[in-house]
Design a protein around this ligand. Structure first.
Ligand code: ADP
Ligand code: ADP
Ligand code: MG
Length: 440
């Protein structure tokens, strides 16, 4: 096993990875920007190195400084977490060239699957259904021509996009040109690649994704689905597993498609295959996230499998010692993403507790919420025997949460958890704004 791992991330996910390492007897190195000097992961790690200024480009995206920090501290592996460099082919390659293990798939797998256009093509080759769409477009003229055959509404999507960035909905032809340029520009500045393609915009669909784990011996496990349909601006807000609309038949089909995708890509490590599920039970591949997913803890709750520890073991060439038949998914789990709506000092903090309730966060009393990065403060995660119990438990936990000093979305989460649509399990990817705008 590795004796030392560098954690190339910040916030709650850095804490999550450091905890896994501690439980495995592995030493940790935290890297941080100046703004994060006094943060929890920096305090928890065995060693710490400042890698640059506050802007992500100067620190958490600064490949050279991160590699130098790993070499200087003799870390054998780097865990990239999610976001930042986690799906960056150049960074994975740079690790490989420097004899450092990148905890994730090999760089060539990231380029085949981490890219939306390339992965769509691979999925079509192996017979996994994708949403009707195009390949990368040369220019707006080509986009206009191909848009006619797809029909409106459609999406302009950046092949390198992520976290809801680089996507534009286009309702009418006259808006296509502007959407094309804004999606492309946004992706070029956030991900260094402005290539875009078109996809049919499906309505009344749910976002349902499958968690996979694959080792270097060709063993692939699927840990079931997560329903992430509750979104604002194409960003996930509340996730649950199992999906309230899942049938055993759809689950089997989707699991087979996810395993087929992983096999076709020669995938290793943890990955997530995202699908849109239509009311008629048909599902369509949209993308694969070749990294740890934000909402991975709900799968850990119902499967009992520690995904981060398996990421580390697999990267160290340890074969999976579990078989698909051993995986039993028990009970119902939910996650509420708690986001900041302002910056400032956390003057008082009370984190809800109790059985099967936990808050994955880097918040501590008197810490400073800074404006430079993702606004997610933490993830409130609960597990119960039934969906009904899970909803009650989440409501109680949200009521108990106290964060004084910064504005948060806790009230919105409460409104969502109390809504009829959520109680009935009847929701799609577009419903959340309506739920939040309702009086009451
Ligand atoms: P997931 O697909 O794991 O559920 P999301 O789709 O919400 O995660 O976001 C994709 C990734 O982009 C996440 O790793 C998220 O942290 C990251 N991300 C989103 N917005 C930002 C941001 N403003 N700064 C840095 N990372 C971001
Ligand atoms: P990202 O990399 O930003 O996560 P995705 O391709 O996963 O991009 O899309 C983000 C969200 O946008 C999805 O979860 C879904 O709600 C919506 N979406 C994506 N593609 C489509 C589509 N073809 N039709 C309808 N909604 C879509
Ligand atoms: Mg996605």
């Amino acid at each position: 096993m590795f004796s030392k791992i560098l954690v190339a991330n910040r916030g709650e996910v850095a804490v999550r990875i450091i905890r896994a390492c501690k439980e495995m007897g592995i030493e940790t190195v935290a890297v941080y920007s100046e703004a994060d000097r006094n943060s929890l992961p920096v305090a928890l790690a065995d060693e710490r190195i400042c890698i640059g200024g506050n802007a992500a480009a100067d620190s958490y995206l600064n490949q050279k400084n991160i590699i130098s920090a790993a070499l200087a501290t003799h870390a054998e592996a780097i865990h990239p977490g999610y976001g930042f460099l986690s799906e960056n082919v150049d960074f994975a390659r740079l690790c490989e060239e420097n004899g450092i293990v990148f905890i994730g798939p090999r760089s060539e797998v990231i380029s085949a699957m981490g890219d939306k256009d390339a992965s769509r093509q691979l999925m079509q080759q192996v017979g996994v259904p994708v949403v009707t769409g195009t390949e990368i477009l040369k220019d707006v003229e080509e986009a206009k021509k191909l848009a006619e055959s797809i029909g409106y509404p459609l999406l302009v999507k950046a092949t390198a996009g992520g976290g809801g960035k680089g996507i534009r909905v286009v309702e009418r032809e006259e808006d296509l040109e502007e959407a094309f340029h804004t999606a492309s520009r946004e992706a070029a500045s956030a991900f260094g690649n402005g290539d875009v393609f078109l996809e049919k915009y499906l309505t009344h669909v749910r976002h349902v994704e499958m968690q996979v784990l694959a080792d270097y011996e060709g063993n692939i496990l699927c840990l079931g689905e997560r329903d992430c349909s509750l979104q604002l601006n194409k960003q996930k807000v509340l996730e649950e597993t199992p999906s309230p609309v899942m049938t055993e038949e759809i689950r089997q089909g989707m699991m087979e498609a996810a395993i087929k995708a992983a096999k076709a890509a020669n995938y290793t490590n943890a990955g997530t295959v995202e699908f849109l599920l239509a009311p008629d039970g048909q599902f369509y591949f949209i993308e694969m996230n070749t990294r740890l997913q934000v909402e991975h803890p709900i799968t850990e709750e119902i499967s009992g499998v520690d995904i981060v520890k398996w990421q580390i073991r697999i990267a160290c060439q340890v074969p999976l010692d579990l078989k698909q038949e051993d995986i039993q998914l028990k009970g119902h789990a939910m996650e509420c993403r708690i986001n900041a709506r302002s910056i400032g000092k956390v003057d008082f903090l009370h984190i809800p507790g109790g059985g099967r309730v936990h808050f994955d966060t880097a918040l501590i009393q008197n810490c400073e919420v800074v404006p430079y990065y993702d606004s997610m403060l933490g993830k409130l995660i609960i597990h119960a025997n039934t969906r009904e119990d899970a909803i009650r438990k989440m409501e109680a936990a949200l009521c108990e949460m106290v964060i004084v000093g910064v504005e948060t979305n806790v009230e919105d989460q409460l409104k969502l958890v109390r809504s009829d649509a959520f109680h009935q399990g009847e929701y799609d990817t577009l419903i959340l704004p309506d739920i939040l705008n309702k009086r009451g």
